[in-house]
Design a protein around this ligand. Structure first.
Ligand code: GLP
Length: 244
């Protein structure tokens, strides 16, 4: 799907999500969404909020799993993905708080492995993610699966790439205050999602989008694994699709 502008593209994605939620409601089933942070989905979340406020879309049957969270970070820290999700989505819709899942950025180190296994078990107990929203880092991460992440990688603690740390640093007032690690959903659970929508806007994403879609499938470019997914859509604007 090539759309002229991120705004109308986000509206279309929101419409698809709303249909899925309503379908599941009609079947009395939960709708399991994989959610992303970053600038790319902000417009999508604001459209979902609008559908809730003005078109009666209820999120009561939605269970969400966020892709990632910095580590270490306190949930009440301004830069946490926990705050991001509250600010752009959760505070404005009727999802039940017990149905949001965001990796915990302040676990004791020796508790992380069990926590990550449990995160995946919860997803499996719901028969997997129905729809996974993804952004893409200019250096090729999906979630925080940086270059080198295996296709069968699990949910885990990861060290962030230097470029990722540098890009995040303005939000943390300098590199020295920027987390150097994160907890991320693994590539495997992303690939197991029944449907994946990856959003990318702007010329900074053009190079990586071309590598992801037209390059060879390689662990150096984790989004290239999506070439093997049976139900994926890359939603791009003119600038991010310029090198295809
Ligand atoms: C962030 C998130 C990713 C996101 C990516 C792109 O660090 N961990 O899940 O997809 O970077 O961000 P943006 O949408 O702001 O370009």
């Amino acid at each position: 799907l090539f759309s002229k502008d991120p705004f109308s593209a986000s509206k279309e994605i929101a419409k698809e999500i709303a249909e899925l939620i309503r379908d599941k409601q009609a079947q009395n089933k939960p709708c399991v969404l994989g959610l992303a942070t970053g600038n790319s989905p902000i417009e999508l979340y604001s459209e979902l909020v609008r559908l809730h406020k003005y078109e009666g879309l209820s999120f009561k049957n939605v269970i969400s799993f966020n892709l990632d969270e910095y580590y270490p970070i306190q949930p009440d820290s301004e830069q946490s993905f926990y705050q991001f999700m509250n600010m752009y989505l959760f505070d404005h819709i009727d999802m039940l708080p017990e149905n949001h899942h965001i990796p915990d950025g302040c676990l004791a180190k020796d508790a992380i492995d069990d926590y990550c296994t449990d995160y995946e078990t919860k997803i499996e107990a719901l028969c997997g993610i129905d729809l996974q929203i993804l952004g893409i880092g200019a250096n090729g991460h999906i979630g925080f699966n940086e270059s080198g992440s295996r296709e069968d990688s699990k949910t885990r603690w990861v060290a962030l790439d230097d470029i990722t740390i540098k890009e995040a640093s303005p939000y943390f007032s300098g590199i020295e205050h920027t987390p150097k690690a994160a907890i991320t959903l693994g590539v495997q659970k992303i690939m197991e999602a029944k449907r994946v929508i990856l959003m990318a806007w702007g010329h900074k994403k053009a190079e990586i989008i071309s590598a992801a879609i037209e390059g060879k499938v390689t662990k150096n470019v984790p989004p290239s694994y999506l070439q093997k997914h049976h139900n994926v859509t890359f939603v791009l604007d003119h600038a991010s699709s310029a090198k295809l």
